[in-house]
Design a protein around this ligand. Sequence first.
Ligand code: AMP
Length: 187
Amino acid sequence: MRIVLMGPPGAGKGTQAAVISTELNIPHISTGEIFRKNVGEGTELGQQAKEYMDTGEYVPDSVVNAMVADRLGQDDAAHGFLLDGYPRTAPQVAELNGILADGGYELDAAVEITADTEEVVQRLLKRAELEGRPDDTEEVIRRRMEVYAAETEPLTRLYADQGVLRQVDGMGTVEEVSGRILAALRD
Ligand code: AMP
């Protein structure tokens, strides 16, 4: 299956993506993870991404799109993938559509995990403390929520029009939410 996972920061995308990709035996491709790894290793890509990530802004489309095109071209993604945190902008949707069309594929589902803003801000503050992400201040977290609402949330309409949008309530235990996602994918 070819799936994209959307949802505001803190809705549990990363956790759910790990569960679902294992369940469906497809690679979990998280653009945020790839960026964090590159920042940690001090690569050129990491240097390009860091300033945006630190302020809660999106990394420029040209940088993200080139990285995803490269990643989806790798062998393990040939038979399916779960994209976590991509696409997030209209040009990224266009890029992904192009990559899929070139391969003769279609997207099977765009899953949007929905969540209450205040609840996810509190979750993210807790995570920042537990995982030692000191840059995740409340100000940056709120900015990330705003950017999601302005740039990414409206894109779900495009996937609804294509008939592939599945909205899933992200409140509840990890098992409850993954159960909902798997049920929605079977629809
Ligand atoms: P995430 O872990 O998915 O929340 O991503 C962490 C950060 O990486 C985001 O706040 C952005 O700065 C950057 N990032 C990840 N994916 C994308 C994307 N598809 N487009 C632009 N920036 C991204």
